[in-house]
Design a protein around this ligand. Structure first.
Ligand SMILES: [Fe+2]
Ligand SMILES: [Fe+2]
Length: 267
């Protein structure tokens, strides 16, 4: 294989590792969350290091005429952010308070958003530019080395999700109550009923989307599928919190800069 565009299919591995992580995070069990995080952290760290060491030196001069979103500077900023978010998830592996749970949910949701946008940028700019301008023999050498390093990497099997049994936690608003309930996979149907649809037009749409996602979580008896639906609802709730609940974002300790980037459209 010599196509960098085709090689970008690797990105789906990180999506599924993150999905496995988000399936066990609601349990609040530090060792199981870290076990699930380990595979993603190892694979993604290797991948980012390979891109930085092998691909970017050749790509940097080619990217000079591309829009800023295709620049090495922006791609590097994504990698820095992904590393910081992986560290945040690791630090938040044992949430105790409602704010801890929201912070963990926030970090996982941001990780998903940044990964999606970064992969889109690489597929749109980095990969086709390298395929068009770097000789095939060179690309083959890169990909051979990358594959050897990937093969040498031993990744642990992720834990299978388990049902949760959490005591309620004190929370400061109906929206935060729902965020915590979704993060812990506990009591979210009741918390949704208690949350009135916000009057803001965008908030109403997000509220409806969240209700639909939670309805699909309620409709399945498969635990993994329910956790996947809850992860989607958590992503929606993060956006809803941006619209209607800014004070509670501050309470959860999230930075303003982190909250804004995933709202951007992928370019
Ligand atoms: Fe990358
Ligand atoms: Fe990549």
């Amino acid at each position: 294989m010599d196509s960098i565009v085709a090689w970008c299919a690797r990105h789906s591995t990180f999506d599924s590792q993150l999905r496995d992580l988000r399936r066990v995070a609601p349990e609040g069990d530090r060792s199981r969350t870290l076990a699930a995080l380990q595979a993603l952290q190892a694979a993604l760290s290797l991948h980012m290091g390979q891109e930085e060491a092998l691909l970017w030196p050749a790509y940097a001069p080619l990217a000079e005429t591309l829009p800023p979103n295709g620049s090495v500077r922006v791609l590097q900023a994504d990698h820095d952010r992904l590393r910081a978010l992986l560290a945040s998830v690791s630090e938040a592996a044992e949430p105790r308070s409602a704010a801890d749970w929201v912070a963990q949910q926030e970090a996982l949701s941001l990780l998903a958003g940044v990964l999606e946008h970064h992969d889109g940028r690489e597929l749109r700019w980095l990969a086709p530019t390298l395929d068009a301008h770097v000789p095939s023999a060179q690309r083959r050498r890169w990909l051979r080395r990358i594959e050897e390093e990937e093969t040498a990497l031993e990744l642990p099997e992720p834990p299978s999700p388990r049902t949760t049994d959490h005591e309620p936690l004190p929370t400061s608003s109906p929206l935060q109550r729902l965020r915590v309930a979704v993060a812990r996979d506990s009591g979210w149907q009741q918390a949704l009923d208690e949350l009135r649809a916000p009057l803001h037009r965008k908030g109403v749409r997000l509220h409806q989307r969240c209700a639909t996602q939670l309805a699909s979580a309620a409709a399945t008896e498969d635990l993994a599928a329910r956790r996947d639906a809850l992860a989607h609802a958590a992503d929606t709730l993060r956006l809803l919190a941006l619209v209607v609940d800014l004070p509670h974002r501050a309470e959860a300790g999230s930075s303003r800069a982190e909250s804004k980037a995933p709202m951007k459209k992928c370019e």
